[in-house]
Write a protein that binds this ligand. Structure first.
Ligand SMILES: Cc1cc2nc3c(=O)[nH]c(=O)nc-3n(C[C@H](O)[C@H](O)[C@H](O)COP(=O)(O)O)c2cc1C
Length: 374
């Protein structure tokens, strides 16, 4: 009850102030301490106690890693971290679309930069080394005015990869001009090479460090296919699907829906799930080994279940933390456990990507498998 009240109050504040306050609360230990319920999943050599994580952008400077663990998340993706500190776009740059349960942000990679993040991560890793129960992904991106964006990715990988359970290459933020061009085949191959070179020159070179590509939802099937083929040929570990969208649905109700920036939350669910589902089919049909992390409009156990049925090994959220508050992960995890019980699923891996059509997946999430005919 108290957390519902606090969430209600925090939501009355300007979104950026509310976010800063939330990070402060977490740093001070003013948060719920929940019993850890678990939905384990192993992908490659990564062992997750719990498949639900915090998406990038929430903990941009790696300040509250050990705090979100208390909220019943199984992993976090810190960042996006750029080599140099960056103010980002002028404020206001985050807008809450209350009626749509959505957020538009045009932050532009505001963060304290690589060295600050490195200090924080170094400190965290003294207590919780790589491979601990709670996993940490590090999301990297270039500075807006960088003369050489490829070198930015390399220097970030060189300095930060030793602290990562996985690295996530951000080629999809809509708020850094032309960043999404890196999703094109030639560019993507170059970035991957630079990141791998960076990892190879880092202090403790881990040849098997998993690399994910975080992609946009605003791509056609051909681009998605080309990204997946590149990811496969370059031995990438997986994809994060997806970042925010530049699209605006015609039925958005909030006045702020015309603000520039990336849209996240409820209205992103369909689009990001469609891309996820397409990716799952391409990967299955070609027998590729690529793991998928789903993000986009996950707000309850059913939306999370749909993502899993459509191909997600792991699920992330950001916007629903704003709308539902710090108990959201707990609600989702206990809800998924109930759905698994209803459907007699012992191991979540058994239902990853088993349904090709997101609409069918939603029907199964609501009604169970009993009436589902493949
Ligand atoms: C305020 C805000 C800031 C974000 N910053 C980043 C970022 O720095 N890097 C990134 O890869 N994604 C960023 N994202 C995108 C999220 O990680 C996630 O992909 C997207 O919001 C979809 O998930 P959701 O609907 O659960 O919010 C941000 C999202 C929001 C709302």
């Amino acid at each position: 009850m108290i957390w519902k009240f606090i969430t209600f109050f925090v939501r009355k504040l300007d979104p950026e102030i509310a976010h800063r306050l939330t990070i402060k609360f977490l740093k001070l230990g003013l948060h719920p301490r929940l019993d850890q319920s678990v939905i384990p999943i192993n992908i490659g050599d990564l062992i997750f106690k719990n498949l639900l994580g915090v998406a990038a952008g929430f903990d941009k400077n790696a300040e509250v890693i050990n705090r979100v663990h208390f909220l019943n998340f199984g992993f976090t993706e810190v960042g996006t971290i750029t080599p140099l500190p960056q103010y980002g776009n002028p404020k206001p740059r985050i807008f809450r679309l209350e009626k749509d349960k959505a957020i538009i942000n045009r932050n532009g990679f505001n963060n304290l930069g690589m060295l600050e993040a490195k200090n924080k991560l170094e400190h965290y890793r003294k207590k919780f080394p790589v491979g601990s129960d709670f996993l940490v992904g590090i999301n990297i991106g270039p500075n807006k005015d960088s003369k050489n964006r490829l070198s930015d990715y390399k220097v970030l990988a060189e300095n930060l990869s030793v602290f990562a359970d996985y690295v996530s290459i951000n080629v999809s933020s809509p708020n850094t001009p032309n960043l999404r061009d890196f999703q094109k085949k030639n560019n993507l191959e170059k970035i991957i090479k630079f990141v791998k070179d960076g990892i190879a020159t880092s202090k403790t070179f881990n040849k098997k460090l998993p690399i994910f590509l975080k992609i946009a939802p605003d791509i056609n099937k051909q681009t998605l296919k080309s990204i997946i083929e590149t990811a496969h040929s370059q031995k990438i570990f997986g994809l994060v699907i997806s970042n925010t969208t530049l699209d605006r649905e015609s039925n958005l109700k909030s006045k702020k829906s015309n603000e520039l920036g990336g849209l996240s939350g409820k209205p992103l669910f369909k689009k990001s799930t469609d891309i996820l589902s397409q990716a799952n089919k391409i990967i299955k049909n070609n027998n590729y080994k690529l793991f998928l992390i789903a993000a986009g409009g996950v707000s309850d156990s059913k939306t999370a279940y749909v993502k899993i049925l459509c191909g997600a090994h792991l699920v992330q959220l950001y916007s629903s933390l704003t709308f539902e508050g710090p108990l959201v992960a707990n609600q989702i995890i206990s809800g998924i456990l109930k759905l698994m019980k209803r459907d007699n699923i012992k191991n979540i891996f058994d239902i990853v990507g088993v349904i090709d059509n997101p609409k069918d997946a939603m029907n199964v999430a609501i009604n169970g498998f009993k009436n589902y005919k493949n």
